[in-house]
Ligand binder design. Sequence first.
Ligand code: 6R9
Length: 644
Amino acid sequence: MSEHHVYPVPESFKDAHITPERYEQMYRQSIDEPEIFFGNLAQEFLSWDTSWNTVCRYDFPKGEAEWFSGASLNISVNCIDRHLPERANQTALLWEGDDPSESQHITYAELKDEVSQLANALIARGVTKGDRVCIYMPMIPQAAYAMLACARIGAVHSVVFGGFSPEALKDRILDSDCQTVITADEGLRGGKRVPLKANVDKALAACPNVHTCLVVKRTGSDVDWSEGRDVWYEEFVASQSIDCAPVSVAAEDPLFILYTSGSTGKPKGVLHTSAGYLLQAAATFKYVFDYRDGEVFWCTADVGWVTGHSYIVYGPLANGATSLMFEGVPTYPDASRCWEVIDKHKVSIFYTAPTAIRALHVQGDEPVKRTSRASLRLLGTVGEPINPEAWEWYYKVVGDSRCPIVDTWWQTETGAHMITPLPGAHALKPGSASFPFFGVELALLNEDGSEIEGEGAGYLVVKRSWPSQIRSVYGDHQRLIDTYFSTYKGYYFTGDGAMRDADGYYWITGRVDDVLNVSGHRMGTAEVESALVLHEGIAEAAVVGFPHDIKGQGIYAYVTPMAGVEKSDALFKELIDLCVAEIGPIAKPDIIQWAPALPKTRSGKIMRRILRKIAENELDSLGDTSTLADPSVVENLIQERPQT
Ligand code: 6R9
């Protein structure tokens, strides 16, 4: 957390949407007079069918929050139709294929037709308001059409990242009882094919309620076909009318479910509703990225994550922006790809994850410097803390010391940005997410729940509701209360630790629970452990994170085989395969250490703190080991630690 450099607001941002004075004034009003502030914001950013009775009502201990209740609107109208008078021929989605020779411009007028036809196709298959639709797609325009088509008819989408395994997909389809799935024959990433339809087939073997599977032809490869259930997207959608009357929904009707990992149990279906979510996605998009009419905005996330929801689809489109959607990976065909795409499409704003920046940084400056990047005006990061070295490289080499970097802290549960610099308002400190967005009231708590004033470090909590707040855990409201509103009564608990410096800047230090952040992907240690112990030769497993140069965090698994089971290379491989099969390739352990036993307290609790220290190779600071049932277990693990 070096505080050596502070980068003032550059001259080119002196006329930004939000200046320092405006930030102070707007932030103060958002806290002192939230009804007025958010009422005005809602008028400015969204188009409504009917107006609200109350701006906000919430009760944290009950896990309740309502924004703009009484009002109604349609999310697809807000993202498409209302822009048509002035933007029919403007590019809404700019798609860049995995293969650099492929790209496509979809105008707002075309987007309306595509979305309406797909919405009619869904209606023809019996999908109605409130039904859940699973979207398991590569990064192609149809993924965005699918989300917006659901929104048009009031159906609830559940996008599942295309890198998840059939097993993980099945769990998610069943948990939210999706009866319709939209997918593609295969995906294409970095020149490799991803067997999406085959994965869906495996998942659906255990999902008898799914009556429809719409399949986009992406690669044209052979796929298995279930007559009656499977429908080719192109044929069926093309035969539909391009007119589909949008269904007006209540502000608090659900818009989507998105599964995310927590410290315990299976992933949770985070439920977001309509108006509040769209309002914060839209307002943060405009203010945080200082978006100007006509600019090309590029967020490299996958639509399978919340970042793709809020900053590829909903935030940009609600603002009538041009949003670039990229099918591939930053290193294919080579490490220049991102910068070439920026030049090709004249991208003004580029938003990516620290893990991608680190992966490109190790390739050196040349792949960057051989491109111009003259169109770039602003850079952003999201997903994990960014180390100051990566920040400086991003700033100096990628941005030519010209573009501010917005380091945006937020979560699947928060729906949109919560802590971030505003590029026209705040001097930047590398590694700091800086200040709360409008309406976000933060606190840092001590272990005992008391608030820390001024400078200090503690648990990061939010003190009041914000529009894009998680509304429930799908099918299990009690889990919402237990996870977020019970640890510290009266607060939303983020699961992150943070530090506040003397100037009031926030520095996120990372998760304080058993959640890993591997290349910006959230994963519960418990999920990986459950996968490992599925193996009949394994008695017990404990998983922790360790610092990884590129991924931020790597997965370190301590595995105890059953007595008599050989610790072979074959077993090692079977365990890796199990993690891939149960969760997906992102869950592959980086290190597996055979552990004759795990360090436990006398009451039998695994002492993860010690396992974390061994994984981090911080053997001198194991801390208090006096409660260990058998200290020799730790000695053994240290001696047998694989060299990393
Ligand atoms: C948007 C997203 C949320 C967790 C969050 C925190 C970490 C996200 C960060 C950051 C430091 C940032 N995180 N942004 N940590 N600085 N700018 O990533 O959502 O996948 O739910 O992850 O990611 O630990 O709690 P999600």
